[in-house]
Design a protein around this ligand. Structure first.
Ligand code: 13P
Length: 256
């Protein structure tokens, strides 16, 4: 049984001065009983990490970075390193989000480097993969996903935990979510590639999250699928109470 993860990717949203209000809305909505069964992760912008960590740690919420560099330090303006994150007590980092790939020149090669550095540092990466609409329509989904997986899976061999987020680009911020069946089929493909490359044990224990227009009203149907272990949520994670509702939904299924 894999422990579910509900992860909120804030992207470039929410002000540092709004953090207290966010987490107090979260705290007043979350059910402690449900939350016990769930890994709750929030990824604010880098500027907020220090203060977010000090507030969220009291609530059992894990803070994640939205990125991490492939070097430990150096002349890389605008980047953050695994050492810096760990020094703040941050243990998670999103890597390879499609917005990084689309707007900031992220490639499979740079994703591989970031994953390698994170894994060596014992940071838990949430590694994003996903196909565009044109790729899906041209029947290239499997080829694209396998290529993305191959760019970093070797870096995970013999290392600690990592999380994969399957985020079809056409479902991000569009309100056009993948059906639970389509997502399940793709997650199954990802898990079989994991098994082929890193063995059955790693494939069985690795959490694979679905991302793309996830919200309280559709989360349950994703979580009911065998190979979907949680959600990486953008828009619907921007309010503390809505994020808490999703944590409650993920925990409710495990209460009995
Ligand atoms: P939305 O939930 O807003 O579609 O964003 C998904 C996402 O990109 C999470 O990383």
């Amino acid at each position: 049984m894999r422990r579910p993860v509900i992860a909120g990717n804030w992207k470039m949203n929410i002000l540092p001065s709004e953090l207290e209000a966010y987490f107090s809305a979260y705290a007043s909505t979350v059910s402690e009983q449900c939350a016990d069964f769930v890994d709750k992760v929030v990824a604010p912008p880098t500027s907020h990490l220090f203060i977010a960590q000090s507030i969220a740690s009291k609530l059992g919420v894990i803070i994640s970075s939205q990125n991490v560099h492939w070097e430990d330090s150096g002349a890389f303006t605008g980047e953050v390193s695994s050492k810096m994150l760990l020094d703040l007590g941050i243990q998670y980092a999103i890597i390879g989000h499609s917005e990084r790939r689309q707007f900031f020149g992220e490639t499979n090669r740079t994703v591989g480097g970031r994953v390698a550095n994170a894994m060596k540092a014992n940071l838990i990466p949430i590694i994003c993969i996903g196909e565009t609409e044109e790729e899906r329509e041209s029947g290239l989904t499997e080829k694209i996903l396998v290529g993305q997986l191959e760019s970093f899976l070797n870096e995970c061999e013999g290392q600690g935990d990592f999380i994969i987020a399957y985020e079809p680009v056409w479902a991000i911020g569009t309100g056009k979510s993948a059906t639970a069946e389509t997502a399940q089929e793709t997650h199954e493909l990802i898990r079989s590639k994991l098994s082929e490359t890193l063995g059955r044990n790693v494939a069985d224990r690795t959490r694979i999250l679905y991302g793309g227009s996830v919200k309280p009203s559709n989360l349950k149907e994703y979580l009911e699928q065998n190979d979907i272990d949680g959600g990486l949520v953008g828009g619907a994670s921007l309010k503390g109470d809505t994020f808490a509702q999703m944590v409650n939904i993920a925990g409710e299924g495990l209460l009995n």
